[in-house]
Design a protein around this ligand. Structure first.
Ligand code: ASP
Length: 367
């Protein structure tokens, strides 16, 4: 991580050049907080990204590109029918349709690509990478995103697994006792409990205070030996969402941000809160000013708490009734994760070891 001294040294250098009447224009954006050096490859991801971080570090160690590495990592989860938070098997929207969001950022080329509300394509992260590589655009949505994917050779597939469909049917039946949908007898009913979510790291049920709407996402970031950084975020978003709803995951600066001079950050949890605070971009900017990844994540979460003024989004104690998690890595290969509430974990692969670590947090769950 950049020491404060490094940062001051860098900016002092810029000031001196300007003071001497140099022709070098003063940069509009602060100079990078850290200098390029050889680092140990590190990958950090949401808690459901153990395999992803492992895959990403292996790929960069084998000389692979950083973006290819993280996309390869999250593809494992996107293709997994048993992960109900991402890609194939993701929980559907209000109409029972799976709509996916994803974004990628490639540090060395300063490239970005994203798709939102795309249907029928198992690996939206790969389509996001293709938007970056093969178009002059950053974000494609809905039918247009799907048509682009088909043009690139992706097969159109049914993403709604039988398991996710049954969960949606059950949710629809429980929505109201005044409509004509009955709770399926095979769920054993009478009981109002929502489905227990089996993907304890893949969704935010465990992080969310509403305890009813499963959410889930995978974010994965990596830095290679040369200090190049890339990141990806991919999700099926909020379960039972209003059709057309787009979360933070495909929004550059919200669910993902990478600055190759500084670091990367991605998020999971309530996307609306992350969008409103430009979450991942804020974390990267805080790291640029000298904060450690963990402190930067915590500070960005405090902004979310400050922004949460609607009573419907607050607990009795005035705190957010939802979860948000950030995962960050800096130019020196330091990493961290933080959540609004205690109990979250994130995945990391560093020094040949892949593990989950406890996220830092703002609040204990129960006071
Ligand atoms: N951030 C995702 C969204 O709002 C959901 C999640 O990560 O739980 O779409």
């Amino acid at each position: 991580m950049a020491s404060r001294r490094d940062f001051l040294k860098t900016t002092a250098g810029v000031g001196a050049a300007v003071g001497l009447g140099s022709a070098v224009p003063k940069p509009l954006i602060g100079a990078p907080a850290v200098h390029r050096r050889v680092v140990t490859p590190v990958s950090v991801a949401s808690g459901n990204g153990l395999e992803a971080v492992d895959t990403a570090v292996r790929a960069v160690n084998a000389g692979g590109d950083t973006l290819e590495a993280v996309v390869e990592g999250v593809n494992v989860v996107e293709r997994d029918p048993n992960d109900s938070s991402v890609g194939f098997g993701g929980l559907p929207n209000l109409d029972g349709v799976v709509q996916l969001d994803s974004s990628v950022m490639h540090g060395p080329s300063r490239g970005a690509g994203a798709v939102a509300c795309i249907e029928g394509i198992k690996t939206p992260s790969r389509v996001a990478m293709d938007v970056m590589r093969y178009t002059d655009h950053v974000l494609l949505v809905g039918k247009g995103a799907q048509r682009f994917a088909l043009s690139m050779g992706y097969p159109l597939e049914n993403l709604l697994t039988e398991r996710s469909r049954r969960r949606w049917i059950e949710w629809r039946a429980r929505m109201s006792d005044r409509d004509d949908y009955l709770v399926p007898p095979e769920t054993g009913s009478g009981n109002d409990e929502p489905f227990e979510d089996e993907d304890s790291y893949g969704t935010n049920l465990i992080d969310s205070h509403d305890g009813v709407r499963p959410q889930g996402t995978i974010n994965c970031n990596v830095i290679n030996r040369e200090g190049d950084i890339s990141g990806v975020t991919t999700t099926s978003g909020l379960a039972w969402k209003v059709p057309g709803r787009v979360g933070d995951s495909p929004i550059v600066g919200a669910g993902l941000y990478v600055d190759n001079d500084v670091g990367a950050c991605g998020s999971t949890g309530r996307g609306e809160a992350v969008i409103k605070t430009c979450g991942s971009h804020s974390v990267v900017e805080l790291m640029r000013s000298g904060m450690s990844p963990t402190d930067a994540c915590l500070e960005a979460l405090r902004r979310i708490v400050t922004f949460t003024v609607e009573p419907r989004l607050r607990n009795d104690d005035g705190r957010p009734n939802f979860g948000v998690n950030y995962y960050a890595i800096n130019k020196n290969g330091e990493y961290g994760g933080a959540a609004i509430y205690a109990g979250a974990r994130f995945a990391v692969c560093v020094d040949g070891e892949t593990r989950r670590e406890e996220s830092a947090y703002l609040f204990e769950r129960d006071r």
